[in-house]
Each structure stands twice: as structure tokens, then as C-alpha cells.
Design a protein around this ligand. Sequence first.
Ligand SMILES: NC(=O)C[C@H](N)C(=O)O
Length: 483
Amino acid sequence: MNNSTLKQLSEGLARGEYSSVELTEAYLKRIDSTDGDLNAFITVTADQARTQAAAADERRASGQAGPLTGVPIAHKDIFCTQGVRTSCGSKILDNFTAPYESTVTHKLQDAGMVMLGKTNLDEFAMGSSTESSFYGPTRNPWNTEVIPGGSSGGSAAAVASGQAPVATGTDTGGSIRQPAALCNLTGLKPTYGRVSRWGMIAYGSSLDQGGPIARTAEDAALLLNSMAGFDHKDSTSKDIAVPDYTADLDKPLDGLRIGLPKEYFGEGLNSDIAARVQAGVQELEKLGATVKEISLPRTRLSIPAYYIIAPAEASTNLSRFDGVRFGYRCENPTDLLDMYTRTRAEGFGEEVKRRIMVGTYALSAGYYDAYYNKAQQLRRLIKDDFQNAFAEVDVIAGPTTPSPAWKLGAKSNDPVAMYLEDIYTLSVNLAGLPGMSVPCGQVDGLPVGLQLIGNYFAEAQLLNVAHQYQQVTDWHQQTPAFG
Ligand SMILES: NC(=O)C[C@H](N)C(=O)O
């Protein structure tokens, strides 16, 4: 049961093979027996899950169940969940109980999903390894010596290990796609504005987007159906109708034009990953797609542009954590300034402080034009590069990451080495486009991902391509020997 897809569980519940209460108990048991090794969860909400499961069973008995009703889910601990600790992986929010529910978790709750708990993440989603959490690192179920990716590493490890059938994640520069790739899962970052950011603790507000982490494209489509949609509480949410993302899954790929950016296959890419991705693209060709080389010339510049813009936005977003209104406050402050200073010095971890300093510097008078403005100009050029590519192709394919998962601690003292791992994912966020990662094989026993990038609001097309790929491959069905 613990390796089932959301779709299978939904059908099992509908046929009455098990109740939501039974299903929920099975997942809670799995969490109990494995999370000592993985540390995928920051908070397990067992009692609340049991109550929600019983309510889901009642809803089903009264004929009101939808496709998600009664299915358990884990939420990244960046989504505010009313009455439940929402820590964002930080000491500064360790004592914070959210007084309201985020739009995304609310919608999934309305659909009848059962929340198992809140998953681990890099502190404030800043990282690619889930090592910077105040609650300690999450381990990869494929090999507990290596990182699960990040920042949604807790969500990915939970799904990959069978602790939860699906999970939510957020992606500012790769945080859904990269952990999905490194844990053999299917992850989708929607178009900026497709999914409400309300109640999602802000990191880089012009880049952040919530999305599904699942075993299959079909499961991701089922979740996105409930996550997406206009929200008047998020001023950047787009008022565009939400299609049924499962409707196009079975469409044949005949005539689909795929572009392979030459910059995604150059220096820095692990040659075994290159081979796995090329093999994945060949499968798509067999399904009727045509493939051509394209160019995204500014790819390399996405790293400096992103690592100016994201910290700049973070430095302003994180100014709200000052010890006054909520969260951690230092002991015995001598005056207001001492309280601000010590609260932030003691409450934030190293990577968060680094980014606040970089961001503050980039925004300061005298440096604003040289750094922040330049980065924004680059961002525009990166967006234009994608639009030039989409004049010739429908979908862009390439690797999700340049390397497989690395050993815990291997990049902890070298932030730039960690930033370089985001080379293929950052530009998608800078442009605001939708992107997916689907399992396409293993390198030395560790999973790697094929990235698919679409034009704005082309999530249904990406899901269609990924689903067709998963009909002819079985990489996504492979599970770790863990536990
Ligand atoms: N949040 C993300 O999407 C991850 C990215 N590596 C970052 O640290 O910003």
C-alpha cells in the first residue's frame, strides 16, 4: 500500500477496499518506523490526521467524495496550517503556530485530503540539500548517506520512502524539481501565478510557486487540479480558468516539437546523466516527437542573476522576523536595537544570514544599479531567450540537475558549489515558466531526472508529455530498498 500512487489509492477508497482511517494509519505507521532514519518530517499531526480521515470516510458514505477525498498528503513546512506549528525550518519560527490556513493547503483540505504532517526543508527554502534546516538534515531514502535535494527535500524523501503518497513543495529556483529528480519522483513547478502564494511563507516573491511532488505525472495532474486557481488574496495570482489537467494525459505525442538547449548538455554535466537524459529524449522521439537543438544563450548568467534577485527579495521579506510580533525573541534585551540584533543573530542560520547580507548589499544605494538592476535586465534577456525558443519548439527538454545526489556535508562549506547545482532550474523561475522533473534512470544507484519546460500555462502539455513517457518507461515505478 505504501508504494501506491494517489490514483490507485483513490480507486481503492472508491471501491471500499480500505477506509481513509485505515490508509492513514498505514502511513502514520510507516512514518513512525522510518522517520528516525530519514528526518523527513518536522511535525507529524497524527491526531488531526485521524480526525480528518474519519471525516473523509463520512463524506464518502454520504456520496460526497471527490478523487482526492481520504487520501493522505504531507505539506512542506512553509505553508501556513492553522493551529499547527509552521516553522519554515528555522529556529526563528520554531514556536510559531499559524493562525490561518494557506490557500493551497485549504484547497487540498476542502478536497478531503488528510494532512499527515509538515515536512523538513532548507531554512526558509534557501538551499538545494535540506541540510540547513534548524531540525537537522533529511536523508535520501535511496541512500541515507546522501542528500535528498532541496529545499523541498522532506516532501521528496517522504513520498520516495512511502511515508506519504504525495506531498506539496515550493520552487523558487528548483526546490520542487531538484529533490524530485534526486528521489526518483515527478515534480511540477507551475507557471508563476498559477498557484496562490497566500499563506506560503515568502522567500523570493517574484519567483516562488507551490506545486505537487508525486510518483507519477497522473498524480501530479490530480493534485494540480485542486491546487491551481485564481486567488484574490494573492495579487500576482492569474485569473485564468483551470483546465482539467488529467484531460490531455492520453493525447499522442505525434508532431510534438522538442528543443534540446545546447547549453544544458555542456561542461559541468555528469556524462552518465547526459546519457540517461538522451535516452529519455529518444523515448519521446519513438512516441512521435521531433527533436532539434536550440540555444538558451544566457543560461550561465541565470546563476548570478538569481543569486542577486532571490536574496534581494529575501532580505526584504525576512525583515518581518524581528522578535516583535511573532516567533523567537532573544532573552533579556537591553533595548530595542539589541532585541532586533540578537533575535535575528540567534534566530537565523548561516545560509539565511548570508542571503540577507547579499540581498541588502545588492539593494543598497550605490550598488543597486550595479547589481540588482543588472540582474533584472539579465532576467528580461533570459525570458526573451525562452520566447525565441518557443517560437520553434513546443517543449524544452534537458537534465534537471548536473550531478546526482551528493554526500551529506560535501558542499556545506562551499555555498557557490551548491548554487551551481541549480544551473538548469533557475532560469525557469526567472522567466516564470512551468517546469517538471520526471525520473529517467539511475547513476551509481542514485536517481536522476529529465526536465521538461513549457511555455506559460502549458502545464497540461507538460503533464501529457510526462505521462506518455511514463507509459513506455518504468523508472518512476522503481523504489528504494530503504526500510
Ligand atoms: N528555493 C529554491 O528553489 C532552491 C534554491 N536552491 C535556492 O536556494 O534558492
